[in-house]
Design a protein around this ligand. Sequence first.
Ligand code: PAF
Length: 299
Amino acid sequence: MTVESTNILVISTIEELQKKLNRNERKGATVGFVPTMGYLHEGHLSLVEHAKEQNDIVVMSIFVNPAQFGPGEDFESYPRDTERDLRLASEAGVDILFIPTVDEMYPTNSGIRILPGKLACELCGASRPGHFDGVLKVVLKLFNIVDPDRSYFGVKDAQQLAIIETFVHDFNLRTAIVRVPIVREDDGLAKSSRNVNLTTVERSEAPVIYKALQIGADMFGNGAHSEEIEQQVSEWIVSNSSGKIDYVKMLAYPGLGPITVNTNEVILACAVQFSSTRLIDNIIMSTKGGSHVSNDDEQ
Ligand code: PAF
């Protein structure tokens, strides 16, 4: 099915999208790709903005990928609103919106998997077994279908970004990966489609996550050890919200190994479980010089 809206082309089949984006048809026009699971917010729109600046054609996908949700996770309750997404994508200047069905993306039940290896052993990978297998599966499919020159990923999903960058490098995939900074609400909460599933009380508590990370970043700047920082950040979140800590962890970035004398950048990352919503956030800091490198948009 193809829907021509005012300035956006909506495509739902792989065949049609591949025909449209065929490199011979493109005639040298560059393609910037923004993969999403929809329920768009300013974080996604910032990815589009970066893609528009650097490419002739911007393609966005919206697909809530069942392969990256584990049993008991929020696949069913993940927010969806295609009409709203279509409007926002169109206003942001997306040229082609790809919205496939699950059957279109996964027509067979082959069980073939891509294993992300040791980068997926820490952080979200440790608490969501199989999650990054599912991310790599869909991302590889999307890269093969869209064949983008550049693909845009938010630093908020820092582990996903590190795994995808490594995957693209190790498997000589053609796309370049562009890192886009975290976009935050005025109160500091990182923008996320899942924020809408917080209760009113949880939404008022959730900014403590970033506040705690900032405290951790200041401690890091003052020479504190990672264990001390992790403990302080956890305690701050637990004492100021109803959220339960999944993890608070400092690691080398993007290698996600232990911090050593050779580490240039570190990530202070956390995941916090509220009643039905799990939120993640992070700050990436340089080990050179006192102040931390913000991965946030300035606002
Ligand atoms: O970051 C996301 O929204 C998803 O993990 C992605 C990259 C679109 C794959 O489903």
